[in-house]
Design a protein around this ligand. Structure first.
Ligand code: FAD
Ligand code: HEC
Ligand code: HEC
Ligand code: HEC
Ligand code: HEC
Length: 235
Protein backbone atom coordinates (compact mmCIF):
# COMPACT_ATOMS: atom_id res chain seq x y z
CA UNK A 1 0.00 0.00 0.00
CA UNK A 2 2.80 2.41 0.81
CA UNK A 3 5.05 1.83 -2.19
CA UNK A 4 2.70 2.54 -5.06
CA UNK A 5 5.30 3.93 -7.41
CA UNK A 6 7.32 0.70 -7.54
CA UNK A 7 4.26 -1.47 -7.19
CA UNK A 8 3.40 -1.96 -10.81
CA UNK A 9 6.98 -2.51 -11.87
CA UNK A 10 7.34 -5.11 -9.17
CA UNK A 11 4.10 -6.90 -9.92
CA UNK A 12 4.86 -6.91 -13.60
CA UNK A 13 8.00 -8.91 -12.89
CA UNK A 14 6.58 -11.16 -10.27
CA UNK A 15 3.25 -12.20 -11.71
CA UNK A 16 4.78 -13.54 -14.88
CA UNK A 17 7.13 -15.69 -12.80
CA UNK A 18 4.23 -16.83 -10.68
CA UNK A 19 2.90 -18.49 -13.81
CA UNK A 20 6.17 -20.19 -14.72
CA UNK A 21 6.82 -21.45 -11.23
CA UNK A 22 3.37 -22.68 -10.40
CA UNK A 23 4.49 -26.29 -10.01
CA UNK A 24 7.84 -25.67 -8.33
CA UNK A 25 8.51 -25.86 -4.61
CA UNK A 26 11.06 -23.06 -4.92
CA UNK A 27 9.56 -19.58 -5.09
CA UNK A 28 11.63 -18.67 -8.15
CA UNK A 29 12.91 -20.69 -11.08
CA UNK A 30 16.56 -21.52 -11.69
CA UNK A 31 17.08 -18.93 -14.42
CA UNK A 32 15.81 -16.16 -12.25
CA UNK A 33 17.82 -17.37 -9.27
CA UNK A 34 21.00 -17.30 -11.36
CA UNK A 35 20.18 -13.83 -12.62
CA UNK A 36 19.67 -12.60 -9.07
CA UNK A 37 22.86 -14.27 -7.84
CA UNK A 38 25.22 -12.76 -10.41
CA UNK A 39 26.47 -9.39 -11.64
CA UNK A 40 25.90 -6.22 -9.64
CA UNK A 41 23.12 -7.77 -7.63
CA UNK A 42 25.38 -9.95 -5.45
CA UNK A 43 26.82 -6.84 -3.79
CA UNK A 44 23.49 -6.07 -2.17
CA UNK A 45 21.77 -7.51 0.87
CA UNK A 46 20.23 -10.59 -0.80
CA UNK A 47 23.69 -11.45 -2.16
CA UNK A 48 25.15 -11.25 1.34
CA UNK A 49 22.53 -13.77 2.45
CA UNK A 50 22.96 -16.19 -0.44
CA UNK A 51 26.73 -16.14 0.17
CA UNK A 52 25.97 -17.31 3.71
CA UNK A 53 24.23 -20.33 2.18
CA UNK A 54 20.67 -19.02 2.45
CA UNK A 55 18.50 -19.39 -0.64
CA UNK A 56 15.85 -17.18 -2.20
CA UNK A 57 13.20 -18.89 -0.10
CA UNK A 58 14.77 -17.47 3.07
CA UNK A 59 13.14 -14.14 2.23
CA UNK A 60 10.60 -15.19 -0.42
CA UNK A 61 8.30 -17.87 0.91
CA UNK A 62 6.10 -17.45 -2.17
CA UNK A 63 6.64 -15.90 -5.58
CA UNK A 64 4.19 -13.11 -4.89
CA UNK A 65 5.64 -9.85 -3.59
CA UNK A 66 3.05 -7.31 -2.56
CA UNK A 67 3.54 -3.55 -2.82
CA UNK A 68 3.89 -3.39 0.94
CA UNK A 69 6.54 -6.18 1.05
CA UNK A 70 4.78 -7.45 4.16
CA UNK A 71 5.64 -11.09 3.54
CA UNK A 72 9.38 -10.35 3.12
CA UNK A 73 9.49 -8.28 6.29
CA UNK A 74 7.98 -11.15 8.25
CA UNK A 75 10.98 -13.26 7.25
CA UNK A 76 13.55 -10.62 8.32
CA UNK A 77 11.93 -10.51 11.75
CA UNK A 78 11.89 -14.31 12.13
CA UNK A 79 15.69 -14.47 11.82
CA UNK A 80 16.82 -11.10 13.18
CA UNK A 81 14.01 -10.01 15.49
CA UNK A 82 11.60 -7.10 15.45
CA UNK A 83 12.59 -3.45 15.04
CA UNK A 84 12.37 -3.11 18.80
CA UNK A 85 14.67 -6.10 19.35
CA UNK A 86 17.10 -4.81 16.71
CA UNK A 87 16.98 -1.46 18.53
CA UNK A 88 18.30 -3.14 21.67
CA UNK A 89 21.09 -4.86 19.72
CA UNK A 90 22.27 -1.62 18.09
CA UNK A 91 21.65 0.67 21.07
CA UNK A 92 25.34 1.62 21.28
CA UNK A 93 25.23 3.26 17.82
CA UNK A 94 24.58 7.00 17.52
CA UNK A 95 22.02 7.53 16.28
CA UNK A 96 20.53 4.10 16.72
CA UNK A 97 19.22 3.23 13.22
CA UNK A 98 16.66 0.88 14.74
CA UNK A 99 15.15 3.40 17.12
CA UNK A 100 12.39 5.20 15.23
CA UNK A 101 10.60 8.33 16.34
CA UNK A 102 8.39 8.14 13.27
CA UNK A 103 6.49 5.04 14.30
CA UNK A 104 6.71 1.42 13.24
CA UNK A 105 8.99 1.01 10.20
CA UNK A 106 9.43 -2.03 8.01
CA UNK A 107 12.97 -3.38 7.61
CA UNK A 108 12.75 -2.81 3.86
CA UNK A 109 12.11 0.91 4.36
CA UNK A 110 15.94 0.97 4.68
CA UNK A 111 17.33 -2.48 3.79
CA UNK A 112 16.73 -3.37 0.14
CA UNK A 113 17.19 -6.85 -1.29
CA UNK A 114 18.62 -6.38 -4.76
CA UNK A 115 19.31 -2.64 -5.03
CA UNK A 116 21.36 -0.36 -2.77
CA UNK A 117 20.02 0.18 0.74
CA UNK A 118 19.35 3.71 1.98
CA UNK A 119 18.64 4.69 5.59
CA UNK A 120 15.21 6.29 5.45
CA UNK A 121 16.28 8.75 8.17
CA UNK A 122 18.50 10.54 5.64
CA UNK A 123 15.39 11.88 3.93
CA UNK A 124 15.42 14.45 6.73
CA UNK A 125 18.69 14.15 8.66
CA UNK A 126 22.34 14.35 7.74
CA UNK A 127 23.78 11.78 10.17
CA UNK A 128 27.33 10.83 9.06
CA UNK A 129 26.98 7.22 10.23
CA UNK A 130 23.72 6.72 8.36
CA UNK A 131 24.57 8.50 5.14
CA UNK A 132 25.97 5.31 3.70
CA UNK A 133 24.82 1.84 4.58
CA UNK A 134 27.07 -1.21 4.13
CA UNK A 135 25.14 -2.51 1.14
CA UNK A 136 24.16 1.01 0.24
CA UNK A 137 24.91 4.17 -1.61
CA UNK A 138 25.71 7.62 -0.34
CA UNK A 139 22.81 9.77 0.66
CA UNK A 140 20.24 10.05 -2.08
CA UNK A 141 20.10 13.41 -3.76
CA UNK A 142 16.94 14.42 -5.52
CA UNK A 143 17.29 14.23 -9.27
CA UNK A 144 14.81 16.41 -11.02
CA UNK A 145 16.30 15.73 -14.40
CA UNK A 146 15.23 12.08 -14.57
CA UNK A 147 13.77 11.16 -17.93
CA UNK A 148 10.29 9.95 -17.04
CA UNK A 149 9.42 8.95 -20.58
CA UNK A 150 10.95 5.51 -19.92
CA UNK A 151 7.91 4.68 -17.81
CA UNK A 152 5.49 5.33 -20.65
CA UNK A 153 5.91 1.80 -21.99
CA UNK A 154 4.98 0.17 -18.69
CA UNK A 155 1.67 -1.58 -18.61
CA UNK A 156 0.03 -2.43 -15.31
CA UNK A 157 -0.55 -6.14 -14.68
CA UNK A 158 -3.13 -5.49 -12.04
CA UNK A 159 -5.75 -2.76 -12.17
CA UNK A 160 -7.64 -1.71 -9.09
CA UNK A 161 -10.89 0.23 -9.15
CA UNK A 162 -12.06 2.58 -6.44
CA UNK A 163 -14.76 5.18 -5.86
CA UNK A 164 -12.30 7.56 -4.23
CA UNK A 165 -8.53 7.79 -4.48
CA UNK A 166 -6.74 9.73 -1.78
CA UNK A 167 -3.19 10.78 -2.55
CA UNK A 168 -1.00 11.17 0.53
CA UNK A 169 -1.30 9.83 4.07
CA UNK A 170 -0.85 12.99 6.13
CA UNK A 171 -3.45 14.74 8.22
CA UNK A 172 -5.30 15.98 5.12
CA UNK A 173 -5.39 12.48 3.60
CA UNK A 174 -6.52 10.73 6.76
CA UNK A 175 -9.10 13.42 7.53
CA UNK A 176 -10.46 13.15 4.00
CA UNK A 177 -10.60 9.34 4.31
CA UNK A 178 -12.49 9.44 7.56
CA UNK A 179 -14.88 12.13 6.30
CA UNK A 180 -15.55 10.09 3.16
CA UNK A 181 -16.24 6.93 5.20
CA UNK A 182 -18.62 8.86 7.40
CA UNK A 183 -20.36 10.17 4.29
CA UNK A 184 -20.91 6.60 3.13
CA UNK A 185 -18.03 6.00 0.68
CA UNK A 186 -17.22 2.32 1.16
CA UNK A 187 -14.57 1.73 -1.46
CA UNK A 188 -11.61 4.06 -1.11
CA UNK A 189 -7.87 3.70 -1.54
CA UNK A 190 -5.19 5.87 0.02
CA UNK A 191 -1.77 5.87 -1.61
CA UNK A 192 1.50 7.11 -0.17
CA UNK A 193 4.78 7.62 -2.02
CA UNK A 194 7.06 7.18 0.98
CA UNK A 195 7.84 3.87 2.72
CA UNK A 196 6.40 5.23 5.94
CA UNK A 197 2.96 6.85 6.23
CA UNK A 198 2.26 10.09 8.07
CA UNK A 199 3.95 12.87 6.09
CA UNK A 200 4.82 16.09 7.87
CA UNK A 201 1.78 15.55 10.06
CA UNK A 202 3.51 12.95 12.20
CA UNK A 203 6.24 15.48 13.05
CA UNK A 204 3.90 18.27 14.10
CA UNK A 205 4.19 18.93 17.81
CA UNK A 206 0.55 19.93 18.16
CA UNK A 207 1.20 23.66 18.46
CA UNK A 208 -1.80 25.83 17.57
CA UNK A 209 -1.12 29.19 15.96
CA UNK A 210 -3.58 32.00 16.50
CA UNK A 211 -3.59 35.76 16.00
CA UNK A 212 -4.82 38.52 18.32
CA UNK A 213 -5.18 36.29 21.37
CA UNK A 214 -5.75 37.54 24.92
CA UNK A 215 -2.23 36.40 25.79
CA UNK A 216 -0.78 38.66 23.11
CA UNK A 217 -2.94 41.53 24.34
CA UNK A 218 -1.73 40.98 27.92
CA UNK A 219 1.87 41.11 26.66
CA UNK A 220 1.15 44.26 24.66
CA UNK A 221 1.64 42.53 21.29
CA UNK A 222 -0.48 43.82 18.45
CA UNK A 223 -1.59 41.08 16.06
CA UNK A 224 -4.54 40.18 13.83
CA UNK A 225 -5.55 37.48 11.35
CA UNK A 226 -4.47 39.53 8.32
CA UNK A 227 -0.95 40.00 9.75
CA UNK A 228 -0.72 36.25 10.42
CA UNK A 229 -1.92 35.45 6.91
CA UNK A 230 0.60 37.84 5.33
CA UNK A 231 3.38 36.43 7.49
CA UNK A 232 2.48 32.85 6.60
CA UNK A 233 2.34 33.60 2.89
CA UNK A 234 5.72 35.34 3.13
CA UNK A 235 7.12 32.14 4.68
C1 FAD B 1 8.89 19.38 12.38
C2 FAD B 1 7.53 19.99 12.12
C3 FAD B 1 6.78 20.47 13.19
C4 FAD B 1 5.53 21.02 12.98
N1 FAD B 1 4.82 21.47 14.04
C5 FAD B 1 3.59 21.98 13.88
C6 FAD B 1 2.79 22.38 14.99
O1 FAD B 1 3.21 22.27 16.14
N2 FAD B 1 1.57 22.90 14.75
C7 FAD B 1 1.06 22.99 13.48
O2 FAD B 1 -0.08 23.45 13.35
N3 FAD B 1 1.78 22.61 12.40
C8 FAD B 1 3.02 22.11 12.56
N4 FAD B 1 3.75 21.70 11.46
C9 FAD B 1 3.16 21.83 10.12
C10 FAD B 1 2.18 20.67 9.87
O3 FAD B 1 2.80 19.46 10.20
C11 FAD B 1 1.78 20.61 8.40
O4 FAD B 1 1.31 21.87 7.97
C12 FAD B 1 0.66 19.58 8.17
O5 FAD B 1 1.01 18.35 8.78
C13 FAD B 1 0.42 19.36 6.69
O6 FAD B 1 -0.49 18.29 6.52
P1 FAD B 1 -0.80 17.69 5.11
O7 FAD B 1 -1.72 16.50 5.32
O8 FAD B 1 -1.27 18.77 4.21
O9 FAD B 1 0.61 17.23 4.53
P2 FAD B 1 1.55 16.01 4.98
O10 FAD B 1 1.29 15.57 6.37
O11 FAD B 1 2.94 16.38 4.62
O12 FAD B 1 1.05 14.84 4.03
C14 FAD B 1 1.28 14.82 2.64
C15 FAD B 1 1.57 13.38 2.27
O13 FAD B 1 1.46 13.20 0.85
C16 FAD B 1 2.50 12.37 0.39
N5 FAD B 1 2.65 12.63 -1.04
C17 FAD B 1 3.11 13.75 -1.64
N6 FAD B 1 3.10 13.60 -2.97
C18 FAD B 1 2.63 12.35 -3.23
C19 FAD B 1 2.41 11.62 -4.44
N7 FAD B 1 2.66 12.16 -5.62
N8 FAD B 1 1.93 10.36 -4.33
C20 FAD B 1 1.66 9.81 -3.12
N9 FAD B 1 1.86 10.46 -1.95
C21 FAD B 1 2.34 11.72 -2.01
C22 FAD B 1 3.66 12.79 1.26
O14 FAD B 1 4.69 11.80 1.25
C23 FAD B 1 2.98 12.94 2.63
O15 FAD B 1 2.95 11.74 3.36
C24 FAD B 1 5.01 21.13 11.66
C25 FAD B 1 5.75 20.64 10.58
C26 FAD B 1 6.99 20.07 10.80
C27 FAD B 1 7.77 19.52 9.60
C1 HEC C 1 17.66 -10.99 2.31
C2 HEC C 1 16.38 -11.27 1.74
C3 HEC C 1 16.27 -11.63 0.27
C4 HEC C 1 16.80 -12.71 -0.38
C5 HEC C 1 17.73 -13.78 0.20
C6 HEC C 1 16.30 -12.67 -1.73
N1 HEC C 1 15.50 -11.58 -1.91
FE1 HEC C 1 14.44 -11.10 -3.58
N2 HEC C 1 13.70 -9.42 -2.69
C7 HEC C 1 14.03 -9.03 -1.40
C8 HEC C 1 13.44 -7.71 -1.17
C9 HEC C 1 13.55 -6.91 0.11
C10 HEC C 1 12.75 -7.35 -2.36
C11 HEC C 1 11.99 -6.03 -2.65
C12 HEC C 1 12.77 -5.18 -3.64
C13 HEC C 1 14.18 -4.85 -3.17
O1 HEC C 1 14.35 -4.44 -2.02
O2 HEC C 1 15.15 -5.06 -3.96
C14 HEC C 1 12.93 -8.46 -3.28
C15 HEC C 1 12.39 -8.50 -4.57
C16 HEC C 1 12.54 -9.56 -5.45
C17 HEC C 1 11.91 -9.65 -6.75
C18 HEC C 1 10.91 -8.65 -7.33
C19 HEC C 1 11.55 -7.84 -8.44
C20 HEC C 1 12.62 -6.91 -7.92
O3 HEC C 1 13.80 -7.07 -8.36
O4 HEC C 1 12.34 -6.07 -7.06
C21 HEC C 1 12.35 -10.81 -7.32
C22 HEC C 1 11.97 -11.34 -8.71
C23 HEC C 1 13.26 -11.44 -6.40
N3 HEC C 1 13.35 -10.65 -5.26
C24 HEC C 1 13.95 -12.60 -6.65
C25 HEC C 1 14.86 -13.19 -5.76
C26 HEC C 1 15.64 -14.37 -6.07
C27 HEC C 1 15.58 -15.11 -7.39
C28 HEC C 1 16.39 -14.65 -4.97
C29 HEC C 1 17.42 -15.73 -4.78
C30 HEC C 1 18.59 -15.66 -5.65
C31 HEC C 1 16.09 -13.64 -3.97
N4 HEC C 1 15.16 -12.78 -4.49
C32 HEC C 1 16.63 -13.59 -2.71
C33 HEC C 1 14.74 -9.74 -0.47
C34 HEC C 1 15.44 -10.91 -0.71
C1 HEC D 1 16.81 -17.32 7.19
C2 HEC D 1 17.28 -16.29 8.10
C3 HEC D 1 17.46 -14.87 7.57
C4 HEC D 1 16.52 -14.08 6.96
C5 HEC D 1 15.11 -14.45 6.52
C6 HEC D 1 17.12 -12.78 6.82
N1 HEC D 1 18.38 -12.80 7.33
FE1 HEC D 1 19.66 -11.23 7.41
N2 HEC D 1 21.17 -12.46 7.94
C7 HEC D 1 21.02 -13.80 8.26
C8 HEC D 1 22.34 -14.36 8.48
C9 HEC D 1 22.64 -15.82 8.86
C10 HEC D 1 23.27 -13.29 8.31
C11 HEC D 1 24.78 -13.35 8.46
C12 HEC D 1 25.09 -13.11 9.91
C13 HEC D 1 26.55 -13.06 10.19
O1 HEC D 1 27.35 -13.35 9.33
O2 HEC D 1 26.85 -12.68 11.33
C14 HEC D 1 22.50 -12.11 8.00
C15 HEC D 1 23.03 -10.85 7.82
C16 HEC D 1 22.28 -9.69 7.71
C17 HEC D 1 22.81 -8.34 7.74
C18 HEC D 1 24.27 -7.93 7.90
C19 HEC D 1 24.92 -7.81 6.56
C20 HEC D 1 26.38 -7.45 6.70
O3 HEC D 1 26.99 -7.13 5.66
O4 HEC D 1 26.93 -7.50 7.81
C21 HEC D 1 21.74 -7.50 7.59
C22 HEC D 1 21.78 -5.99 7.53
C23 HEC D 1 20.55 -8.31 7.45
N3 HEC D 1 20.92 -9.63 7.53
C24 HEC D 1 19.27 -7.83 7.27
C25 HEC D 1 18.20 -8.62 6.88
C26 HEC D 1 16.94 -8.11 6.37
C27 HEC D 1 16.59 -6.65 6.25
C28 HEC D 1 16.16 -9.19 6.05
C29 HEC D 1 14.80 -9.20 5.39
C30 HEC D 1 14.75 -8.52 4.08
C31 HEC D 1 16.93 -10.38 6.39
N4 HEC D 1 18.16 -10.00 6.86
C32 HEC D 1 16.47 -11.68 6.26
C33 HEC D 1 19.84 -14.49 8.32
C34 HEC D 1 18.65 -14.06 7.78
C1 HEC E 1 10.29 13.07 7.99
C2 HEC E 1 11.52 13.62 8.55
C3 HEC E 1 12.26 12.76 9.57
C4 HEC E 1 12.63 11.45 9.43
C5 HEC E 1 12.36 10.50 8.26
C6 HEC E 1 13.39 11.11 10.60
N1 HEC E 1 13.47 12.19 11.41
FE1 HEC E 1 14.50 12.31 13.17
N2 HEC E 1 13.79 14.16 13.50
C7 HEC E 1 12.98 14.86 12.63
C8 HEC E 1 12.53 16.06 13.30
C9 HEC E 1 11.62 17.13 12.69
C10 HEC E 1 13.10 16.04 14.59
C11 HEC E 1 12.87 17.01 15.71
C12 HEC E 1 13.73 18.17 15.67
C13 HEC E 1 13.34 19.02 16.84
O1 HEC E 1 12.14 19.06 17.15
O2 HEC E 1 14.22 19.56 17.44
C14 HEC E 1 13.92 14.84 14.67
C15 HEC E 1 14.71 14.49 15.77
C16 HEC E 1 15.57 13.41 15.80
C17 HEC E 1 16.57 13.16 16.83
C18 HEC E 1 16.87 14.02 18.03
C19 HEC E 1 17.52 15.32 17.63
C20 HEC E 1 18.85 15.19 16.98
O3 HEC E 1 19.00 15.68 15.83
O4 HEC E 1 19.75 14.60 17.57
C21 HEC E 1 17.20 11.98 16.50
C22 HEC E 1 18.32 11.29 17.22
C23 HEC E 1 16.56 11.51 15.28
N3 HEC E 1 15.60 12.40 14.89
C24 HEC E 1 16.90 10.34 14.67
C25 HEC E 1 16.22 9.82 13.57
C26 HEC E 1 16.43 8.49 13.05
C27 HEC E 1 17.40 7.45 13.60
C28 HEC E 1 15.60 8.36 11.98
C29 HEC E 1 15.39 7.11 11.13
C30 HEC E 1 14.90 5.95 11.84
C31 HEC E 1 14.87 9.61 11.84
N4 HEC E 1 15.26 10.45 12.81
C32 HEC E 1 13.95 9.87 10.84
C33 HEC E 1 12.64 14.49 11.35
C34 HEC E 1 12.79 13.22 10.82
C1 HEC F 1 15.78 3.37 9.52
C2 HEC F 1 16.55 2.44 8.72
C3 HEC F 1 16.58 1.00 9.16
C4 HEC F 1 15.50 0.18 9.43
C5 HEC F 1 14.02 0.50 9.38
C6 HEC F 1 16.07 -1.10 9.75
N1 HEC F 1 17.44 -1.04 9.69
FE1 HEC F 1 18.74 -2.53 10.09
N2 HEC F 1 20.32 -1.28 9.85
C7 HEC F 1 20.23 0.03 9.46
C8 HEC F 1 21.57 0.62 9.45
C9 HEC F 1 21.90 2.03 9.05
C10 HEC F 1 22.46 -0.41 9.88
C11 HEC F 1 23.98 -0.29 10.08
C12 HEC F 1 24.72 -1.20 9.17
C13 HEC F 1 24.71 -0.74 7.74
O1 HEC F 1 25.19 0.36 7.47
O2 HEC F 1 24.20 -1.50 6.89
C14 HEC F 1 21.63 -1.59 10.11
C15 HEC F 1 22.13 -2.82 10.50
C16 HEC F 1 21.38 -3.98 10.60
C17 HEC F 1 21.93 -5.30 10.87
C18 HEC F 1 23.40 -5.61 11.04
C19 HEC F 1 23.75 -6.20 12.35
C20 HEC F 1 24.08 -5.28 13.45
O3 HEC F 1 23.83 -5.67 14.61
O4 HEC F 1 24.66 -4.18 13.25
C21 HEC F 1 20.87 -6.18 10.88
C22 HEC F 1 20.91 -7.67 11.13
C23 HEC F 1 19.67 -5.39 10.63
N3 HEC F 1 20.02 -4.08 10.46
C24 HEC F 1 18.41 -5.93 10.56
C25 HEC F 1 17.23 -5.16 10.49
C26 HEC F 1 15.90 -5.71 10.62
C27 HEC F 1 15.57 -7.17 10.85
C28 HEC F 1 15.03 -4.67 10.49
C29 HEC F 1 13.51 -4.70 10.60
C30 HEC F 1 12.98 -5.25 11.84
C31 HEC F 1 15.83 -3.47 10.27
N4 HEC F 1 17.15 -3.82 10.29
C32 HEC F 1 15.31 -2.20 10.08
C33 HEC F 1 19.08 0.70 9.15
C34 HEC F 1 17.79 0.22 9.33
Amino acid sequence: MFKPSVGYVLMAGVLSFAFINAASAEPFNADLSRQYMSGDKVAYLAGVHTKKGLDCAACHTTNVISDSETEINKQCAICHGSLEQMGTKTSSQTPNPHKSHIGQMQCTACHSGHVPSVAYCTNCHDFPTLNKMKQGVTRLKAKFTDDLSKYEELKPVKIEKTDLLIVGSGAAGFTASMAAREAGVKNLIMIEKMAVPGGNSQLAAGGMNAAGTKFQKQAGIEDNPQLMFDDTMKG
